[in-house]
Design a protein around this ligand. Structure first.
Ligand code: URA
Length: 484
Protein backbone atom coordinates (compact mmCIF):
# COMPACT_ATOMS: atom_id res chain seq x y z
CA UNK A 1 0.00 0.00 0.00
CA UNK A 2 1.52 3.34 -1.08
CA UNK A 3 2.21 5.77 1.75
CA UNK A 4 -0.13 8.75 1.90
CA UNK A 5 1.22 12.26 2.38
CA UNK A 6 -1.33 14.26 4.38
CA UNK A 7 -2.16 17.88 3.61
CA UNK A 8 -0.22 20.41 5.66
CA UNK A 9 -0.93 23.76 7.30
CA UNK A 10 -3.69 25.29 9.39
CA UNK A 11 -7.27 24.61 8.39
CA UNK A 12 -8.17 28.30 8.78
CA UNK A 13 -5.33 29.48 6.50
CA UNK A 14 -6.43 32.18 4.03
CA UNK A 15 -4.49 30.63 1.13
CA UNK A 16 -5.18 27.06 -0.02
CA UNK A 17 -2.45 25.80 -2.37
CA UNK A 18 -3.02 22.67 -4.44
CA UNK A 19 -0.21 20.70 -6.11
CA UNK A 20 -0.37 17.46 -8.08
CA UNK A 21 0.97 14.60 -5.99
CA UNK A 22 3.88 14.04 -3.63
CA UNK A 23 7.33 13.00 -4.87
CA UNK A 24 9.94 10.78 -3.22
CA UNK A 25 11.14 13.36 -0.68
CA UNK A 26 7.57 14.25 0.32
CA UNK A 27 6.85 10.56 0.98
CA UNK A 28 10.05 10.25 3.05
CA UNK A 29 9.24 13.31 5.16
CA UNK A 30 5.47 12.81 5.19
CA UNK A 31 4.84 16.44 4.14
CA UNK A 32 3.90 18.05 0.81
CA UNK A 33 6.32 20.30 -1.08
CA UNK A 34 9.54 19.63 0.80
CA UNK A 35 11.72 18.66 -2.22
CA UNK A 36 12.99 20.69 -5.17
CA UNK A 37 9.57 22.05 -6.15
CA UNK A 38 9.00 22.86 -2.47
CA UNK A 39 12.17 24.99 -2.41
CA UNK A 40 10.87 27.05 -5.31
CA UNK A 41 7.45 27.35 -3.68
CA UNK A 42 9.00 28.52 -0.40
CA UNK A 43 10.95 31.19 -2.27
CA UNK A 44 7.88 32.37 -4.19
CA UNK A 45 5.89 32.65 -0.97
CA UNK A 46 8.55 34.55 0.94
CA UNK A 47 9.29 36.91 -1.97
CA UNK A 48 5.63 37.84 -2.17
CA UNK A 49 5.31 38.28 1.58
CA UNK A 50 3.10 35.24 2.20
CA UNK A 51 4.09 33.12 5.22
CA UNK A 52 3.96 29.34 4.88
CA UNK A 53 1.82 29.33 8.05
CA UNK A 54 -0.79 31.36 6.15
CA UNK A 55 -1.13 28.49 3.67
CA UNK A 56 -2.80 25.13 3.70
CA UNK A 57 -0.84 22.98 1.25
CA UNK A 58 -2.65 20.11 -0.44
CA UNK A 59 -2.37 17.89 -3.50
CA UNK A 60 -4.85 16.41 -5.96
CA UNK A 61 -3.42 12.99 -5.02
CA UNK A 62 -1.95 12.04 -1.64
CA UNK A 63 0.24 9.22 -2.95
CA UNK A 64 3.30 9.33 -5.21
CA UNK A 65 2.43 8.45 -8.82
CA UNK A 66 4.07 5.40 -10.36
CA UNK A 67 7.21 6.51 -12.27
CA UNK A 68 6.40 10.06 -11.11
CA UNK A 69 3.88 10.23 -13.95
CA UNK A 70 0.54 11.62 -12.76
CA UNK A 71 -1.19 10.34 -15.88
CA UNK A 72 -0.64 6.74 -14.79
CA UNK A 73 -3.24 7.19 -12.02
CA UNK A 74 -6.56 5.68 -13.10
CA UNK A 75 -9.57 7.94 -13.58
CA UNK A 76 -11.17 6.26 -10.59
CA UNK A 77 -8.14 7.00 -8.39
CA UNK A 78 -8.07 10.66 -9.49
CA UNK A 79 -11.81 11.04 -8.86
CA UNK A 80 -11.34 9.70 -5.33
CA UNK A 81 -8.39 12.08 -4.79
CA UNK A 82 -10.45 15.06 -5.97
CA UNK A 83 -13.38 14.10 -3.75
CA UNK A 84 -11.11 14.03 -0.70
CA UNK A 85 -9.49 17.32 -1.73
CA UNK A 86 -12.86 19.04 -2.20
CA UNK A 87 -14.06 17.85 1.19
CA UNK A 88 -10.96 19.35 2.80
CA UNK A 89 -11.39 22.66 0.94
CA UNK A 90 -15.02 22.75 2.12
CA UNK A 91 -13.90 22.27 5.73
CA UNK A 92 -11.24 24.98 5.44
CA UNK A 93 -13.18 27.82 3.73
CA UNK A 94 -10.07 29.59 2.37
CA UNK A 95 -10.13 33.10 0.92
CA UNK A 96 -7.99 32.22 -2.10
CA UNK A 97 -7.67 28.85 -3.77
CA UNK A 98 -4.38 28.47 -5.64
CA UNK A 99 -4.24 25.65 -8.19
CA UNK A 100 -0.58 25.00 -9.03
CA UNK A 101 -0.54 23.59 -12.56
CA UNK A 102 -3.05 21.90 -14.82
CA UNK A 103 -4.07 18.92 -12.70
CA UNK A 104 -5.08 21.13 -9.78
CA UNK A 105 -6.77 23.66 -12.07
CA UNK A 106 -8.82 20.90 -13.68
CA UNK A 107 -9.69 19.43 -10.29
CA UNK A 108 -11.12 22.61 -8.74
CA UNK A 109 -12.06 24.81 -11.70
CA UNK A 110 -12.78 22.27 -14.46
CA UNK A 111 -10.49 23.78 -17.14
CA UNK A 112 -6.95 23.18 -18.38
CA UNK A 113 -4.41 25.47 -20.01
CA UNK A 114 -2.57 26.76 -16.95
CA UNK A 115 -0.30 29.16 -18.84
CA UNK A 116 -3.45 30.81 -20.24
CA UNK A 117 -5.42 30.92 -17.00
CA UNK A 118 -2.57 31.82 -14.63
CA UNK A 119 -2.81 35.22 -13.04
CA UNK A 120 -6.61 35.39 -13.56
CA UNK A 121 -8.76 36.34 -10.58
CA UNK A 122 -11.61 33.83 -10.80
CA UNK A 123 -14.52 32.95 -8.54
CA UNK A 124 -15.54 29.47 -7.38
CA UNK A 125 -19.28 29.14 -6.78
CA UNK A 126 -18.57 25.74 -5.32
CA UNK A 127 -16.19 26.96 -2.61
CA UNK A 128 -17.34 30.59 -2.40
CA UNK A 129 -13.83 31.96 -2.72
CA UNK A 130 -11.42 33.43 -5.25
CA UNK A 131 -9.34 31.14 -7.44
CA UNK A 132 -5.98 32.46 -8.66
CA UNK A 133 -4.10 29.80 -10.61
CA UNK A 134 -0.39 29.80 -11.28
CA UNK A 135 2.08 27.37 -12.84
CA UNK A 136 3.42 24.42 -10.85
CA UNK A 137 6.85 25.11 -9.30
CA UNK A 138 8.23 21.97 -10.98
CA UNK A 139 7.32 23.50 -14.35
CA UNK A 140 9.70 26.35 -13.47
CA UNK A 141 12.29 23.90 -12.17
CA UNK A 142 12.01 21.84 -15.37
CA UNK A 143 13.71 24.62 -17.36
CA UNK A 144 10.93 27.17 -17.80
CA UNK A 145 12.80 29.73 -15.73
CA UNK A 146 11.09 32.67 -17.42
CA UNK A 147 8.04 31.61 -15.40
CA UNK A 148 9.79 32.35 -12.07
CA UNK A 149 9.08 36.12 -12.21
CA UNK A 150 5.64 35.42 -13.70
CA UNK A 151 4.71 33.11 -10.85
CA UNK A 152 6.13 35.66 -8.37
CA UNK A 153 3.80 38.20 -9.92
CA UNK A 154 0.88 35.77 -9.45
CA UNK A 155 1.74 35.22 -5.78
CA UNK A 156 1.93 38.98 -5.22
CA UNK A 157 -1.50 39.24 -6.84
CA UNK A 158 -2.84 36.65 -4.39
CA UNK A 159 -1.49 38.68 -1.51
CA UNK A 160 -3.04 41.86 -2.90
CA UNK A 161 -6.38 40.16 -3.44
CA UNK A 162 -6.70 38.04 -0.31
CA UNK A 163 -8.75 40.51 1.76
CA UNK A 164 -10.56 42.29 -1.08
CA UNK A 165 -14.09 41.36 -2.12
CA UNK A 166 -14.45 39.67 -5.49
CA UNK A 167 -15.06 42.56 -7.81
CA UNK A 168 -14.49 41.57 -11.46
CA UNK A 169 -14.11 44.40 -13.97
CA UNK A 170 -17.16 45.12 -16.09
CA UNK A 171 -16.85 45.94 -19.76
CA UNK A 172 -19.50 47.35 -22.00
CA UNK A 173 -18.97 45.36 -25.21
CA UNK A 174 -21.22 46.55 -28.01
CA UNK A 175 -22.05 44.02 -30.73
CA UNK A 176 -25.00 43.44 -33.04
CA UNK A 177 -25.15 47.00 -34.42
CA UNK A 178 -27.30 47.60 -37.50
CA UNK A 179 -25.74 49.14 -40.60
CA UNK A 180 -26.95 52.61 -39.58
CA UNK A 181 -25.67 52.21 -36.03
CA UNK A 182 -22.32 50.98 -37.32
CA UNK A 183 -21.83 54.04 -39.52
CA UNK A 184 -22.93 56.29 -36.64
CA UNK A 185 -20.51 54.61 -34.24
CA UNK A 186 -17.58 54.94 -36.65
CA UNK A 187 -18.48 58.61 -37.06
CA UNK A 188 -18.50 59.05 -33.29
CA UNK A 189 -15.10 57.35 -33.04
CA UNK A 190 -13.63 60.03 -35.34
CA UNK A 191 -13.66 62.36 -32.30
CA UNK A 192 -11.40 60.00 -30.30
CA UNK A 193 -8.12 61.18 -28.90
CA UNK A 194 -6.95 57.58 -28.44
CA UNK A 195 -8.36 54.63 -30.36
CA UNK A 196 -7.46 50.95 -30.02
CA UNK A 197 -8.40 48.57 -32.80
CA UNK A 198 -8.10 44.85 -33.36
CA UNK A 199 -8.76 42.73 -36.44
CA UNK A 200 -9.93 39.15 -36.64
CA UNK A 201 -9.02 37.67 -40.00
CA UNK A 202 -9.01 34.48 -42.00
CA UNK A 203 -5.65 32.77 -42.12
CA UNK A 204 -3.04 34.85 -43.97
CA UNK A 205 -1.54 33.43 -47.14
CA UNK A 206 1.93 34.28 -48.44
CA UNK A 207 1.77 37.96 -49.28
CA UNK A 208 -0.70 38.72 -46.50
CA UNK A 209 -4.02 38.57 -48.34
CA UNK A 210 -6.08 37.69 -45.27
CA UNK A 211 -9.75 38.67 -45.12
CA UNK A 212 -11.16 40.60 -42.16
CA UNK A 213 -13.89 38.73 -40.26
CA UNK A 214 -14.43 41.39 -37.55
CA UNK A 215 -12.95 44.70 -36.36
CA UNK A 216 -13.04 45.84 -32.75
CA UNK A 217 -12.60 49.45 -31.56
CA UNK A 218 -12.14 50.92 -28.10
CA UNK A 219 -11.90 54.64 -27.37
CA UNK A 220 -12.35 54.64 -23.59
CA UNK A 221 -11.62 52.44 -20.60
CA UNK A 222 -14.27 49.73 -20.19
CA UNK A 223 -15.92 50.20 -23.59
CA UNK A 224 -15.45 48.54 -26.97
CA UNK A 225 -17.50 47.59 -30.00
CA UNK A 226 -17.11 44.94 -32.66
CA UNK A 227 -18.14 45.23 -36.30
CA UNK A 228 -18.59 41.88 -38.06
CA UNK A 229 -17.60 41.32 -41.68
CA UNK A 230 -18.40 37.64 -41.98
CA UNK A 231 -21.25 35.57 -40.58
CA UNK A 232 -19.99 32.04 -40.99
CA UNK A 233 -19.05 31.79 -44.65
CA UNK A 234 -21.36 34.63 -45.69
CA UNK A 235 -20.66 38.32 -45.73
CA UNK A 236 -22.32 40.12 -42.80
CA UNK A 237 -23.42 42.98 -45.09
CA UNK A 238 -24.54 43.63 -48.62
CA UNK A 239 -21.67 44.57 -50.94
CA UNK A 240 -22.77 48.22 -50.87
CA UNK A 241 -22.97 48.29 -47.05
CA UNK A 242 -19.58 46.61 -46.68
CA UNK A 243 -18.04 49.15 -49.03
CA UNK A 244 -19.52 52.03 -47.01
CA UNK A 245 -18.30 50.57 -43.71
CA UNK A 246 -14.79 49.99 -45.04
CA UNK A 247 -14.75 53.51 -46.42
CA UNK A 248 -15.75 54.90 -43.02
CA UNK A 249 -13.08 52.79 -41.29
CA UNK A 250 -10.50 54.04 -43.79
CA UNK A 251 -11.41 57.62 -42.99
CA UNK A 252 -11.29 56.85 -39.26
CA UNK A 253 -7.92 55.13 -39.19
CA UNK A 254 -6.38 57.61 -41.63
CA UNK A 255 -7.29 60.59 -39.39
CA UNK A 256 -3.88 61.95 -38.31
CA UNK A 257 -5.14 63.46 -35.04
CA UNK A 258 -6.26 60.09 -33.61
CA UNK A 259 -3.59 58.29 -31.62
CA UNK A 260 -4.02 54.68 -32.64
CA UNK A 261 -3.26 51.69 -30.41
CA UNK A 262 -2.96 48.04 -31.47
CA UNK A 263 -1.33 44.84 -30.27
CA UNK A 264 1.00 43.35 -32.88
CA UNK A 265 0.03 46.17 -35.22
CA UNK A 266 2.39 44.94 -37.89
CA UNK A 267 0.01 42.12 -38.73
CA UNK A 268 -3.23 44.14 -38.53
CA UNK A 269 -1.81 47.13 -40.39
CA UNK A 270 -0.32 44.80 -43.01
CA UNK A 271 -3.75 43.27 -43.71
CA UNK A 272 -5.40 46.70 -43.79
CA UNK A 273 -2.81 48.09 -46.18
CA UNK A 274 -2.31 45.07 -48.41
CA UNK A 275 -5.89 43.84 -48.80
CA UNK A 276 -7.95 46.97 -48.15
CA UNK A 277 -5.72 49.92 -49.04
CA UNK A 278 -6.19 51.40 -45.54
CA UNK A 279 -3.06 53.03 -44.11
CA UNK A 280 -3.17 53.80 -40.37
CA UNK A 281 -2.02 57.43 -40.13
CA UNK A 282 -0.86 57.77 -36.56
CA UNK A 283 0.07 54.54 -34.80
CA UNK A 284 0.80 55.77 -31.26
CA UNK A 285 1.43 52.56 -29.33
CA UNK A 286 1.83 48.94 -30.29
CA UNK A 287 1.28 47.30 -26.92
CA UNK A 288 3.27 44.23 -27.97
CA UNK A 289 6.27 46.42 -28.79
CA UNK A 290 5.86 48.47 -25.60
CA UNK A 291 5.84 45.17 -23.68
CA UNK A 292 9.09 44.30 -25.43
CA UNK A 293 10.63 47.60 -24.33
CA UNK A 294 9.36 47.31 -20.75
CA UNK A 295 10.13 43.63 -20.10
CA UNK A 296 11.90 41.98 -23.03
CA UNK A 297 12.39 38.74 -21.08
CA UNK A 298 8.64 38.05 -20.75
CA UNK A 299 6.10 36.70 -23.28
CA UNK A 300 4.42 39.31 -25.51
CA UNK A 301 1.09 37.73 -26.52
CA UNK A 302 -1.97 39.86 -25.71
CA UNK A 303 -3.31 37.16 -23.37
CA UNK A 304 -0.13 37.36 -21.30
CA UNK A 305 0.32 41.14 -21.32
CA UNK A 306 -3.36 41.42 -20.33
CA UNK A 307 -2.62 39.41 -17.18
CA UNK A 308 0.01 41.95 -16.14
CA UNK A 309 -1.86 45.18 -16.89
CA UNK A 310 -5.57 44.49 -16.35
CA UNK A 311 -7.83 42.57 -13.98
CA UNK A 312 -9.73 40.90 -16.82
CA UNK A 313 -9.45 37.09 -16.51
CA UNK A 314 -8.50 34.86 -19.44
CA UNK A 315 -11.18 34.98 -22.15
CA UNK A 316 -9.58 33.70 -25.37
CA UNK A 317 -11.87 30.65 -25.31
CA UNK A 318 -14.78 33.01 -26.13
CA UNK A 319 -13.60 33.06 -29.75
CA UNK A 320 -14.59 29.45 -30.30
CA UNK A 321 -17.93 29.56 -28.42
CA UNK A 322 -19.75 30.68 -31.58
CA UNK A 323 -22.41 33.33 -32.20
CA UNK A 324 -22.04 36.63 -30.43
CA UNK A 325 -19.15 35.33 -28.31
CA UNK A 326 -16.73 35.71 -31.23
CA UNK A 327 -17.63 39.40 -31.54
CA UNK A 328 -17.44 39.90 -27.77
CA UNK A 329 -13.98 38.34 -27.92
CA UNK A 330 -13.00 40.73 -30.71
CA UNK A 331 -14.35 43.76 -28.82
CA UNK A 332 -12.61 42.62 -25.64
CA UNK A 333 -9.27 42.40 -27.47
CA UNK A 334 -9.70 46.05 -28.48
CA UNK A 335 -10.73 47.00 -24.92
CA UNK A 336 -7.65 45.22 -23.59
CA UNK A 337 -5.28 46.93 -26.04
CA UNK A 338 -6.69 50.31 -24.93
CA UNK A 339 -6.45 49.57 -21.21
CA UNK A 340 -2.99 47.98 -21.47
CA UNK A 341 -1.65 50.99 -23.40
CA UNK A 342 -3.00 53.40 -20.77
CA UNK A 343 -1.59 51.35 -17.91
CA UNK A 344 1.79 50.92 -19.57
CA UNK A 345 2.25 54.63 -20.16
CA UNK A 346 3.24 55.68 -16.60
CA UNK A 347 5.73 52.81 -16.50
CA UNK A 348 7.24 53.77 -19.83
CA UNK A 349 7.66 57.31 -18.49
CA UNK A 350 8.97 56.28 -15.06
CA UNK A 351 11.65 54.13 -16.67
CA UNK A 352 12.44 56.95 -19.14
CA UNK A 353 11.82 54.61 -22.05
CA UNK A 354 9.30 56.73 -23.99
CA UNK A 355 11.98 58.05 -26.36
CA UNK A 356 13.41 54.56 -26.83
CA UNK A 357 9.96 53.39 -27.88
CA UNK A 358 9.20 56.39 -30.10
CA UNK A 359 12.54 56.66 -31.84
CA UNK A 360 13.83 53.10 -31.99
CA UNK A 361 10.86 50.77 -31.84
CA UNK A 362 7.78 52.62 -33.11
CA UNK A 363 9.65 53.89 -36.16
CA UNK A 364 10.62 50.37 -37.15
CA UNK A 365 7.05 49.08 -37.32
CA UNK A 366 6.18 50.49 -40.77
CA UNK A 367 9.53 49.25 -42.10
CA UNK A 368 8.91 45.73 -40.79
CA UNK A 369 5.36 45.86 -42.09
CA UNK A 370 6.69 46.67 -45.55
CA UNK A 371 9.05 43.70 -45.32
CA UNK A 372 6.18 41.48 -44.25
CA UNK A 373 4.00 42.59 -47.14
CA UNK A 374 6.65 42.55 -49.84
CA UNK A 375 8.66 39.60 -48.45
CA UNK A 376 12.43 39.43 -48.13
CA UNK A 377 14.51 39.26 -51.30
CA UNK A 378 16.53 36.06 -51.27
CA UNK A 379 20.08 35.81 -52.56
CA UNK A 380 19.99 32.50 -54.48
CA UNK A 381 23.75 32.01 -54.41
CA UNK A 382 23.88 32.43 -50.65
CA UNK A 383 20.83 30.20 -50.19
CA UNK A 384 22.48 27.43 -52.25
CA UNK A 385 25.68 27.78 -50.23
CA UNK A 386 23.73 27.58 -46.97
CA UNK A 387 21.94 24.46 -48.18
CA UNK A 388 25.24 22.81 -49.20
CA UNK A 389 26.75 23.65 -45.82
CA UNK A 390 23.80 22.30 -43.84
CA UNK A 391 23.48 19.15 -45.95
CA UNK A 392 27.15 18.35 -45.29
CA UNK A 393 26.60 19.01 -41.57
CA UNK A 394 23.68 16.59 -41.69
CA UNK A 395 25.76 13.84 -43.35
CA UNK A 396 28.64 14.26 -40.85
CA UNK A 397 26.37 14.36 -37.81
CA UNK A 398 24.34 11.37 -38.99
CA UNK A 399 27.57 9.34 -39.38
CA UNK A 400 28.64 10.34 -35.90
CA UNK A 401 25.23 9.44 -34.44
CA UNK A 402 25.08 6.06 -36.21
CA UNK A 403 28.61 5.21 -35.00
CA UNK A 404 27.71 6.13 -31.41
CA UNK A 405 24.45 4.15 -31.50
CA UNK A 406 25.88 1.20 -33.42
CA UNK A 407 22.96 1.34 -35.85
CA UNK A 408 21.25 3.71 -38.26
CA UNK A 409 19.15 6.20 -36.29
CA UNK A 410 16.34 8.32 -37.69
CA UNK A 411 16.46 11.39 -35.42
CA UNK A 412 13.09 12.55 -36.76
CA UNK A 413 11.25 9.34 -35.80
CA UNK A 414 10.02 9.56 -32.18
CA UNK A 415 9.05 5.87 -32.36
CA UNK A 416 12.51 4.73 -33.43
CA UNK A 417 14.24 7.03 -30.95
CA UNK A 418 11.99 5.92 -28.11
CA UNK A 419 12.78 2.31 -28.94
CA UNK A 420 16.52 3.01 -29.03
CA UNK A 421 16.73 5.13 -25.86
CA UNK A 422 14.15 3.48 -23.62
CA UNK A 423 14.09 -0.16 -24.79
CA UNK A 424 17.53 -0.97 -26.20
CA UNK A 425 19.63 1.39 -24.06
CA UNK A 426 17.36 1.09 -21.01
CA UNK A 427 17.40 4.81 -20.15
CA UNK A 428 14.57 6.01 -17.86
CA UNK A 429 11.51 6.83 -19.97
CA UNK A 430 10.68 10.54 -20.07
CA UNK A 431 7.00 11.47 -20.17
CA UNK A 432 5.35 14.48 -21.71
CA UNK A 433 3.78 16.67 -19.01
CA UNK A 434 0.85 17.45 -21.26
CA UNK A 435 -0.01 14.06 -22.78
CA UNK A 436 1.54 11.79 -20.14
CA UNK A 437 2.94 9.68 -23.01
CA UNK A 438 6.63 8.75 -23.47
CA UNK A 439 8.49 11.51 -25.32
CA UNK A 440 11.85 12.14 -26.97
CA UNK A 441 11.35 15.90 -27.32
CA UNK A 442 14.22 18.33 -26.80
CA UNK A 443 13.49 18.83 -23.07
CA UNK A 444 13.55 15.04 -22.54
CA UNK A 445 16.85 14.70 -24.42
CA UNK A 446 18.42 17.57 -22.44
CA UNK A 447 17.32 15.96 -19.18
CA UNK A 448 18.75 12.60 -20.19
CA UNK A 449 22.00 14.16 -21.40
CA UNK A 450 22.56 15.75 -17.98
CA UNK A 451 22.35 12.37 -16.24
CA UNK A 452 23.86 10.21 -18.98
CA UNK A 453 26.36 12.43 -20.85
CA UNK A 454 26.71 11.26 -24.45
CA UNK A 455 27.33 13.07 -27.69
CA UNK A 456 24.34 11.15 -29.10
CA UNK A 457 21.89 13.64 -27.62
CA UNK A 458 23.52 16.71 -29.14
CA UNK A 459 23.77 14.88 -32.50
CA UNK A 460 20.00 14.19 -32.45
CA UNK A 461 19.21 17.80 -31.53
CA UNK A 462 21.57 19.11 -34.22
CA UNK A 463 20.07 16.89 -36.94
CA UNK A 464 16.57 18.06 -36.01
CA UNK A 465 17.71 21.71 -36.04
CA UNK A 466 19.38 21.40 -39.48
CA UNK A 467 16.30 19.71 -40.94
CA UNK A 468 14.03 22.41 -39.54
CA UNK A 469 16.20 25.20 -40.94
CA UNK A 470 16.23 23.53 -44.35
CA UNK A 471 12.47 22.95 -44.48
CA UNK A 472 11.53 26.38 -43.05
CA UNK A 473 13.97 28.66 -44.86
CA UNK A 474 15.77 26.83 -47.64
CA UNK A 475 12.84 24.87 -49.07
CA UNK A 476 10.38 27.78 -48.68
CA UNK A 477 8.80 28.71 -51.98
CA UNK A 478 9.50 32.22 -53.18
CA UNK A 479 7.10 34.71 -54.70
CA UNK A 480 8.93 36.96 -57.21
CA UNK A 481 12.22 35.88 -55.64
CA UNK A 482 11.00 36.92 -52.16
CA UNK A 483 10.34 34.89 -49.03
CA UNK A 484 7.26 35.65 -46.97
N1 URA B 1 4.82 18.36 -6.30
C1 URA B 1 3.53 18.32 -5.96
O1 URA B 1 2.67 18.52 -6.80
N2 URA B 1 3.20 18.10 -4.72
C2 URA B 1 4.09 17.90 -3.79
O2 URA B 1 3.71 17.71 -2.67
C3 URA B 1 5.44 17.96 -4.13
C4 URA B 1 5.79 18.18 -5.40
Amino acid sequence: MAKEVPFDGPKDAPYYLIGEAPGRQEVEKGKPFVGGAGNILRKLLSESGIGRVECRIANVMRIKPPKNNFNIFSQHEVEAGIEYLKRDIGECSPKVLVPLGNHALKAVYGVTGITNWRGSILWSDEFKCKVIPTVHPSFIQGGNWEYAPISRFDFSLMREEVDKPFDPPLYNLRTGMTFGETIQEIDRLKQSEYLAFDLETTRAQAGGNAIITAVGFSDELGYACSIPFMKGLQSAWTAREEFRILDAIKELLETPSIKVIAHNSQFDMGVLAYTYGICVANLWRDTMCVAHVLHPELPKALAFVRSLYTKQPYYDHWSSLGGDWFLRYNAMDAAMAFEIAMNMEPRLEALELTTVYDKLVGNLIPVLMGMQIRGMKVDDTKRDAARKFLEQELIDTQHELDALAGETVDALSPKMLGNLLYNKMGLPTQFSKTTGKPTTNEAALMKLSKKYPSKMFSCIIKIRGCRKTISTYLDASLVDGRMH
